[in-house]
Each structure stands twice: as C-alpha cells, then as structure tokens.
Design a protein around this ligand. Structure first.
Ligand code: TXA
Ligand code: MG
Length: 339
C-alpha cells in the first residue's frame, strides 16, 4: 500500500479513507496519532495490529465537538465541564464512564470508561469533521518506540502499512497529553502527566488532585489504572542513561564510557553539547539550558535521531520533577528502563 501525504487541501480525501475503514495518521499539538473511526471495530482492530499494541491497552477517542462526548457518556460531571471549558481544545485527556455498547470493546480495553480528548490542531479537527465521527488516536509509533513528532517518524514506523499521513510539520509540545481519570467522583487522578499540569487542574477545580504513582498506573496486575503505563515505552534500540545537567557528572561518565570503547551520543542543552561535542560520537541539542518547553519539544526527535547515529549509548539530560518537567521525566525514565 502506498502511504499518501495529505494536507488541508486534501483533508476530505483523508476523511474518506477513514470512512472506508483505513488508517490515517494525523498531527496534534502533542504528537502524531494513528487515526481510525472509533465506531468501526475492524478499523480499530487494525490499529492494534499495525502498532503491535497489547489488546488490554485502551485508546483515546478524539473529538471535534463536546456533543460527541456528551452523547455517549453515562454522565458529564461539573468537573468535566469546567476543565473542558478551560483546556479544550488542548492537551488534556479526560476519562469518563461510557454508555454500554457505544464503543467496540477494543477501544475501551474491556473497561466501562473511555478516554476523550479534543486536540488543539486545525488539521486534526478538520479530519474529525471530515469524517463526522470521533476517531481513535494512539500515538503513531510502533508499540514501545518513542512517540512521533514529525511525519518522517511516522514514515519510519509505518510506511506502506497505513493509507496516509496528514502533514502538519513538527508538533508543538512534543510529549503526549495529560491523562486525567474523572470516572471516580471520590478521587480524580492523573494517570499520565503532560503539558496541562496538576497545579493548573487543581486551580480550575479548586481541589487537590491525586497523581497516580508509577506503581499505581503501571501495576502489572489484573486491572492497572492506566494500562499503557505498564509497558516498555519511548525507548530507542540504543540503551539510554539519564544524567542531571551537571558538567562534572557528564565529564566523568563520558570519560569512563570512552575508556571502555563505547561510542557515545549526547542529548543535552546547547552548553553541554558545545562543551562535549569533540569527545563524543554524536550530539543533539535540547535547546538553551533550563528551557523545559524546548526539552519536551525535542526529546522524542532527539532519541530517534541519535538511535540512528551508530552510538552504543545515549546520555540524556534530566530535569526537575515538577510541572512540565514531571511529564518529561516520566517519559525519560521509561526510555531508560530496560524492560
Ligand atoms: O497526546 C496524546 O494523548 C496522543 C495524541 C495522538 O492525541 N495520544 C496518545 O495515545 O498518547 P496513546 O494511546 O499512546 O496513550 C493513551 C494512554 C495510554 O497510557 C492508555 O493506557 C491510557 O491513555 N488510557 C486510554 N483509555 C483509558 C481508560 N479508559 N482508562 C485508563 N487509561 C486509559
Ligand atoms: Mg503511546
């Protein structure tokens, strides 16, 4: 199958491909997603198949209007109303109890809840409008690989296997949406940190939000809270090590890795890159020192590019564990883990 490139001019054609049960990747403000009509069981099944995604890991349903959510949920609580008013369209996914039989069990992973999000991207919204129905949109990477922030990343993983890709250039935020579970009225929980911070959500709701621990969201038990979190994620083939932005630590590691004959790649701020470029095999700059938005924007592209550099180890700069840094570190820690 030839994988076509669609633009806003040919978005109706992309919508038609979706209506025909095919898969079309699309850009959002976070990362690229793998689109298929959410009510088409077969199309959804082919998304799991082409991604190599475990069947117990449910998908996010992407909508272009709030009505598409209200129509299918058991209830639309006040908290959902307040949050969508402020953050939609945008990088916040909310989980709500859904009416039985609306979605294929594959969409929900057999659960009674569904994750919804309205992406803040004109091409994504135009695509959903073109097919007049919500679409699923897991990140458009093979299961376990870093999420895609460019058309070339989607091509690397799916060229010839999907009908097309809507070209929106490099995505703006670079890390996936915040996933917030609103299905338990007693306790709302962040299952995956993202651009919309806990603090911002707490301010809108006027109450404390629980952030699920790695253990809670990833527990390998029968019913993990966020099933996606229990799997290996965001990982290039090359082993990854995280290091705080302290020049002495970098010097020590680079020295000893070089001594052992390892080819090193570094993914770090411009100052560290400039300082160590001559001592390593490959570099990728995350931007100016301390610029967490730039770090988030470049992380996945950097991991993918350095994975192709022939290096045997990738050293990546870590950040503080708060606000957007919490999301950045969540992804980086998973890229570091060997399983
Ligand atoms: O930014 C994003 O959210 C991107 C773009 C393309 O929209 N999409 C994305 O989808 O990251 P995906 O499938 O890669 O991640 C969805 C996450 C998974 O960790 C999954 O387990 C969790 O959301 N999830 C989905 N539905 C859920 C549900 N009903 N209950 C608990 N967790 C759910
Ligand atoms: Mg993903």
């Amino acid at each position: 199958m030839e994988t076509k490139i669609y633009t806003i001019e040919t978005i109706e054609e992309a919508g038609q491909a979706l209506k025909n049960g095919q898969i079309v990747a699309f850009p959002t403000e976070t990362v690229y997603g793998l689109g298929a009509i959410a009510s088409n069981d077969q199309a959804v099944a082919s998304v799991y198949q082409v991604k190599g995604r475990p069947s117990d890991n449910p998908l996010i349903v992407h909508v272009s209007t709030i009505e598409q959510v209200i129509k299918v949920v058991e209830s639309f609580p006040l908290a959902a109303k307040k949050l969508t008013n402020v953050f939609w369209p945008g990088p916040l996914t909310i989980i709500l109890p859904v009416r039985e039989g609306v979605f294929a069990p594959s969409v929900t992973g057999g659960r009674k809840t569904v994750a919804f999000r309205m992406p803040a991207h004109s091409l994504a919204l135009a695509l959903i409008s073109a097919c007049q129905e919500p679409i699923v949109g897991p990140s458009a990477n093979k299961s376990g690989r870093p999420s895609p922030t460019k058309v070339s990343h989607v091509m690397d993983d799916f060229d010839g296997q999907i009908a097309g890709i809507c070209d929106g250039g490099m995505t703006q935020i670079g890390l996936e949406s915040t996933v917030l579970d609103l299905s338990d009225p007693e306790q709302f929980s962040i299952l995956r940190p993202g651009f919309v911070s806990r603090e911002a959500i707490e301010e809108v709701l006027g109450l404390n939000i629980h952030v699920a621990s790695e253990k809670e969201s990833a527990a390998k038990d029968e019913a993990p809270r966020a099933p996606g979190m229990k799997y290996r994620h965001y990982a290039p083939e090359t082993p990854v090590m995280a290091l705080s932005p302290n020049g002495d630590a970098w010097q020590a590691h680079i020295k000893s890795l070089n001594k052992q004959g390892n080819k090193i790649a570094i993914l770090a701020n411009q100052t560290l890159v400039d300082h160590f470029a001559s001592q390593v095999h490959a570099t990728y700059s995350l931007g100016q020192e301390g610029d967490i938005q730039s770090m988030a924007h470049h992380l996945f592209d950097g991991l993918r590019q350095l994975d192709k550099s022939g290096a045997q180890v990738i050293l990546v700069e870590s950040s503080e564990d708060s606000q957007l840094g919490l999301a950045y570190m969540n992804r980086l820690k998973k890229a570091v883990k060997a399983d």
